[in-house]
Design a protein around this ligand. Structure first.
Ligand code: GLY
Length: 351
């Protein structure tokens, strides 16, 4: 088992991480346990958790409907209501068992209930293991804007048990792997070289890869929890990627976050090249690798128009300046403000 030290808590990784969970539960003597899960994790993950952490058999289970469209204040009302009705107090613990929707929403509910109670994350998807559950960003979507209402509140611990990945499809593994590629590209060239040697999708989610990706993200978050500077690097591929995700969701197209981010990284690498942040060779290396894993996304004229609207309104911009987190060579990063609209249009049409 690997243990990574975050700002004020530990991240335990490996199939022995639930030994650490049992120690954590015994040591902390919470008054009530609440397990927050969705329909999927209720069925596929909760039985494993209760078997491996028997103390939690006395927990109240709060089961939410699955889906990003349930990441709302209405769902928070439901959870705050359930906590209140069952007598939750300041010494209660919320256990977020699920992907990013559960840890974002559960973390937000915990950070606001009675001005803040403890929560822990038990991520069950590769995407939440390597990204969403780490770093203390919590929140819900509001009026169609992703993560518009939220807090920065770190969990008391994270327990990453790869056993949960066994129920995930190849598509879901690739969904999380896009964030692994991103962190390598902006933070560690040696990790990038290691990724390029992997041959099968099953290797994308090995304990070694997960541990390295989490360690890199954690080292960035530790230096800049509130995203004043360095943490912005985690947005590489996300200006265009998030816009693409929002545009395709609006059109009811089937798109996963990681698939949109993969396309976003290709287009943002295309922006980084003329700005001399990466060489043509590096751009080709990035693009070829991502294309070898993710299928091409069709960008229609309608999508392109929507994309540009989302990009112009992105909260990552500073005033009128369009800001992009770009690689500065492979394995390093620079925030580049003042990216011209023409360059973005060209990157989209060349995709
Ligand atoms: N997912 C980006 C961040 O945690 O900052």
């Amino acid at each position: 088992m690997a243990t990574i030290k975050a700002n004020s808590y530990n991240i335990y990784i490996g199939d022995k991480s639930f030994d650490a969970l049992n120690t954590f539960l015994t040591k902390n003597k919470y008054s009530h346990y609440y397990i927050l899960c969705d329909e999927h994790t209720f069925e596929f993950c909760l039985p494993t958790l209760l078997f491996l952490a028997p103390l939690l058999n006395e927990a109240e289970i709060i089961e939410l409907e699955s889906g990003e469209d349930k990441k709302t204040l209405e769902t928070c009302l439901q959870v705050w209501g359930a906590l209140t009705d069952t007598g939750a107090d300041k010494k209660s613990l919320i256990i977020n068992l699920g992907g990013g929707v559960i840890s974002d929403l559960g973390g937000f509910v915990a950070s606001t209930f009675k001005r803040g109670i403890d929560c822990i994350n038990i991520p069950t998807t590769l995407l939440s293991m390597v990204d969403a559950s780490v770093g203390g960003k919590t929140g819900v979507d509001f009026e169609g804007i992703k993560n518009h209402i939220g807090t920065t509140a770190e969990p008391k611990a994270i327990f990453v048990n790869p056993v949960f990945l066994e129920t995930l499809s190849e598509r879901q593994i690739k969904n999380g792997y896009a964030e692994v590629i991103k962190i390598a590209l902006i933070a560690d060239i040696n990790f990038w070289k290691e990724l390029k040697k992997l041959i099968s999708v099953s290797e994308f989610s090995s304990e070694k890869i997960i541990t390295k990706a989490i360690a890199l993200k954690n080292s960035i978050v530790k230096k800049d929890l509130h995203e004043k500077n360095l943490r912005k690097s985690l947005n590489f591929g996300h200006n265009i990627g998030h816009a693409l995700e929002s545009a395709l969701i609006k059109q009811n197209k089937d798109i996963l976050h990681g698939e949109a981010i993969a396309a976003g990284m290709i287009m943002e690498a295309e922006i980084a090249k003329p700005l001399k942040r990466i060489s043509l060779k590096e751009q080709k290396e990035i693009t070829d690798y991502i294309r070898s894993i993710y299928k091409n996304i069709k960008i229609t004229k309608e999508t392109e128009t929507q994309l540009l609207q989302y990009i112009l309104h992105d909260k990552k911009n500073e005033g009128d300046d369009l800001c992009f987190a770009l690689p500065n060579g492979i394995g390093a990063y620079e925030l580049y403000c003042g990216v011209k609209l023409d360059l973005i249009k060209k990157a989209i049409s060349n995709y």
